[in-house]
Design a protein around this ligand. Structure first.
Ligand SMILES: [Zn+2]
Ligand SMILES: [Zn+2]
Length: 327
């Protein structure tokens, strides 16, 4: 019998609180500034990896986007934000149609505090049902009330509530590569990449990878529109080789550590994301500090000067996560 929770977040046996996250998120949450609160949670997931507290807040906040935004909501969460791959481990995906939603049952069960707004443990009108033994899940549209038997072969469970996370195996699965990054190059064709899109593309292509101190660049793809993807990829790789020669990427980056991820950005066209992992030794393996964005013709949008690639100075207290595993 196959289980349907392979991509889900499983809370560790012992809760390790992240009090600084609670402190930071509670205020914007209580003031209805949900988008700001969710950005804080996303930053925590990107920089420190998965934790029960981060997923508790993610679920609490994302549930609010599934309900009507009340007049008291100062900053509703944009719908697209729900599909960020960092939130996939706490989503539940319909096995039939791949629609996904967030349920409050699991993540809130272990916490003493119930969310004041949005969440709640009521299951009066569930968005879907789930097999209580294998987590096979169906959304409300795909569920036949007359038949509660689990469709999974050899499973004799029944469909009902509570509904626990399954992750999003059919949607865009969270990337399970976990190595440290050195450089990301995004090639665009018609519409330049702005900061918000660049962050989203890096989330998508580099989920759970350590991006401390990396450079994210975007440039126009100089391959002709009719040249096809092979030529577009080649153009990107030529640029990676160029940055390697210029010392912006350490040795062997082009030949040994770069992969190409094509991503369709809705309404903005195709983006090619060239991700270069950091080498296992040398200065680039110890990059730290904020991500630097060098977007299109923008000079340097977010540079505090402390994160020159290759300086190798690890900031004090910065946790290193080498080949961190998701589960
Ligand atoms: Zn469905
Ligand atoms: Zn089942």
């Amino acid at each position: 019998m196959a289980r349907h929770d392979g991509e889900a977040f499983h809370a560790p046996a012992h809760h390790e609180p992240v009090p600084e996250l609670d402190d930071a998120v509670r205020r914007p949450h209580d003031e209805g500034r949900y988008a700001t609160a969710l950005d804080l949670v996303l930053r925590q997931l990107r920089e420190e990896g998965p934790s029960e507290d981060a997923f508790f807040w993610a679920t609490t906040l994302l549930i609010t986007t599934q309900r009507a935004a009340g007049p008291g909501v100062a900053e509703p969460i944009p719908l697209e934000r729900r599909s960020n791959p960092y939130f996939a481990p706490v989503a539940t995906e319909c096995a039939a149609c791949a629609r996904f939603w967030f349920s409050s049952h699991d993540i809130h069960a272990g916490r003493r505090m119930a969310p004041r707004a949005g969440g709640g443990l009521s299951v009066a009108n569930p968005l879907g049902v789930q097999c209580q033994s294998c987590r096979y899940s169906l959304c409300r549209a795909c569920y036949d009330l007359a038949d509660v038997r689990c469709p999974e072969p050899d499973c004799d469970g029944t469909l009902g509530v509570p509904v626990l996370p399954t992750g999003r195996p059919q949607g865009c699965p969270a990337n399970s590569f976990t190595e440290k990054l050195e450089h990301v190059l995004i090639l665009w064709r018609d519409v330049p990449v702005d900061r918000e899109e660049a962050e989203f593309l890096v989330d998508l292509a580099c989920t759970w990878q350590d991006r401390a101190g990396i450079v994210v660049r975007s440039q126009v793809n100089q391959a002709g529109p009719g040249d096809g993807e092979t030529m577009e990829r080649r153009m990107g790789l030529v640029l990676v080789g160029l940055y390697e020669r210029l010392g912006q990427i350490s040795e062997g980056g082009l030949m040994e550590r770069t992969r190409v991820v094509p991503i369709m950005s809705p309404g903005l066209g195709k983006r090619l994301v060239l991700v270069t992992a950091a080498p296992e030794t040398g200065p680039a393996s110890r990059l730290s500090g904020p991500v630097r964005y060098l977007l299109s013709d923008e000079e340097d949008s977010e540079n505090d000067g402390s994160a020159e690639p290759g300086n190798g100075g690890a900031a004090p207290g910065r946790r290193r996560r080498w080949f961190r595993r998701r589960r």
